[in-house]
Design a protein around this ligand. Sequence first.
Ligand SMILES: Nc1ncnc2c1ncn2[C@@H]1O[C@H](COP(=O)(O)OP(=O)(O)OP(=O)(O)O)[C@@H](O)[C@H]1O
Ligand SMILES: [Mg+2]
Length: 234
Amino acid sequence: MTTVLAVSGLSKRFGHLVALDDASLEVAAGEVVAVLGPSGSGKSTLFRCIARLTEPDRGSIQINRVAYDGLKGRALRQARGQIGVVFQQFNLVRRRSACANVMTAALPSLPAWRVALGLYPPALRAKADDALASVGLAAQRNQRADTLSGGQQQRVAIARALMQDSCILLADEPVASLDPDAARLVLGLMRDLARSRGLGILCTLHQPELAAEFADRILSMEAGRIVSQGTCRA
Ligand SMILES: Nc1ncnc2c1ncn2[C@@H]1O[C@H](COP(=O)(O)OP(=O)(O)OP(=O)(O)O)[C@@H](O)[C@H]1O
Ligand SMILES: [Mg+2]
């Protein structure tokens, strides 16, 4: 299987606190890897370092076998496009439609007047419609984000992440705000997207039973270290 993400020896301190200690992991195309661990064990720090939202102190990150840790400026911004991110808070623009929210993924490349007037290029609209359809929300494309259910809002956030055509999706507690049924639906959808698009998904969860049900492998973290990496499915 193709490795889409390879992390080696990633470390991060905040003052005297070692938040991430020599973390190494790999994620293959089409694979869902769950990260479990108590609060404060470094899960979000690991994700933020991989997404380069936080600068790691040490370690290497490879995306599709290309080094990503030394990049700066424009090269870094381009490489960041290879990683889609989803968080517990869906971060949608409440008053905008599902489709407009998905299209915001393309904002940095669009002239401001297009965004202000809502005049998005037809190809972008078509791509956003495809992304919404792939998360089962074709019928909700024109519905305001703040009228969608929590599970639907998270699916819009996933559709927005898919717009980048990234090979990796990092999801930090994507179902923590959802009830159990909605959580299962969102995780099932993520697993389907991993399989159908060859996405590698790294996903933190708080419930071990959900990790066992939906992930191919489980990483456990304690005090900044990855203490076990197990396979839960043959
Ligand atoms: N920007 C920061 N400045 C200082 N300390 C930080 C910072 N970010 C994280 N930490 C500390 O690093 C440790 C790991 O935090 P992190 O958010 O990665 O944990 P977590 O495993 O995601 O926890 P949770 O399950 O509660 O989300 C914690 O002790 C936290 O207080
Ligand atoms: Mg966290």
